[in-house]
Write a protein of this length. Structure first.
Length: 307
């Protein structure tokens, strides 16, 4: 019974590849729609944290505090409804050792910063000077400049990746299929991150850069085996690619999941989460979208050769 079911699924995968192509395109359309909707409603296509838009980062080593991050965040947000404020736990080996408070307060306005610190003191019930707090300020212009430079970095990384792919394969459709798959992985990852309400910082930019490399790895593996090798049928080469590629992807997913669950660093967690979402999306965009596009390309190429 299990063998018949598996054979049935493989039959659909083999014969209905043009219909299956609808699935990744619908997913990509939804992801892009969510990103454009966010841009239309907020003026930004992602949620930026303090490192990208400017503000203050306050570190409070409060081991014995009974406050929870959400309680402190809600209280500060009520006092500053026009500002974006987030509070997270500062932990060591799973034990809370304090809080990290981020607020998009003008770092050049000393009066506003002093007022904010005074409100924090009243909420935690202690003088900041007694708890040896740390404060880091990021100018709004510095954050915006870094964000623009990060976008340029992503653009050029994607551009040079595309150039290398075109030079190696020297064919338009297979090269575009690889680039489209990588772009789709990044779009889905960004859309999901936005839906989760996670603020992207410098770590997030690094995560998307890493995702480009992870994304094209399986796509290049697939394209090389399907186009460059001649033994067996096209589907034989596809199935061979799936065995190798899925092993790589599942191994990477397990690794980033473990890293995300074990680490106490918010920076590493953000990078691992972006990679995890992108790798999951890559399964669909590589083994359905890219496979289908390659088969359509080879099918049309074969017809032209017979004419």
């Amino acid at each position: 019974m299990e063998g018949n079911k598996q054979s049935w699924l493989l039959g659909i995968y083999d014969r209905k590849y043009k219909q299956l192509l609808v699935i990744p395109f619908v997913i990509l359309f939804i992801a892009l729609s969510l990103i454009f909707y966010k841009y239309a409603t907020t003026g930004e296509f992602l949620n930026k944290d303090i490192s990208l838009k400017g503000g203050i980062i306050l570190t409070l080593p409060l081991k014995d505090s009974r406050l929870v991050p959400q309680q402190l965040e809600d209280s500060l947000q009520n006092k500053y409804p026009g500002n974006d404020i987030s509070v997270r736990s500062l932990k060591n080996l799973g034990v809370q050792e304090g809080f990290i408070i981020e607020a998009d307060i003008d770092s050049a306005d000393k009066g506003q910063i002093d007022s904010f610190l005074a409100d924090v003191e009243s909420l935690i019930g202690a003088k900041l000077g007694d708890v040896h707090y740390g404060i880091e300020t990021v100018g709004s212009s510095l954050g915006q400049n870094f964000f623009r430079e990060s976008l340029k970095m992503l653009f050029f990384a994607f551009l040079f990746m595309g150039i290398v792919v075109f030079i190696y394969f020297r064919t338009f459709i297979p090269s575009i299929a690889i680039i489209l798959a990588a772009f789709s992985d990044m779009a889905v990852a960004l859309a999901v991150i936005n839906l989760m309400g996670i603020k992207i910082g410098t770590a997030g930019i690094a995560g998307f850069l890493m995702l480009i490399g992870y994304s094209i790895d399986t796509d290049i593996l697939l394209t090389v085996r399907v186009l460059k090798r001649k033994e067996g049928t096209i589907m034989d080469r596809v199935y061979s690619s799936i065995k190798t590629g899925m092993t790589e992807t599942i191994t990477a997913i397990v690794a980033v999941t473990v890293a995300m669950l074990v680490t106490q660093s918010e920076v590493i967690k953000q990078i691992m989460l972006i990679l995890l979402i992108g790798l999951a999306a890559d399964i669909i965009f590589t083994w359905i979208q890219n496979v289908s596009l390659l088969r359509i390309y080879l099918e049309r190429k074969g017809k032209k050769a017979l004419e």
